[in-house]
Design a protein. Structure first.
Length: 53
């Protein structure tokens, strides 16, 4: 996935660390993956690309 969205890990690390804080959550610094980035990431993890079941 590093070639699809190389900075995505920062968003997930931020979410994880926010979960450990006692004070309210802070705004996320990175946007979520686009539908295309998510699709390509899932394919790179071994998905078949067929979402019809």
């Amino acid at each position: 996935m590093s070639d699809i969205a190389p900075e995505a890990w920062r968003r997930y690390l931020h979410l994880l660390l926010d979960g450990f804080r006692a004070e309210p959550a802070s705004p996320l610094l990175r946007p979520p993956l686009s539908k295309d980035e998510l699709y390509r990431a899932m394919l790179s993890l071994g998905g078949s690309g067929d979402c019809t079941g």
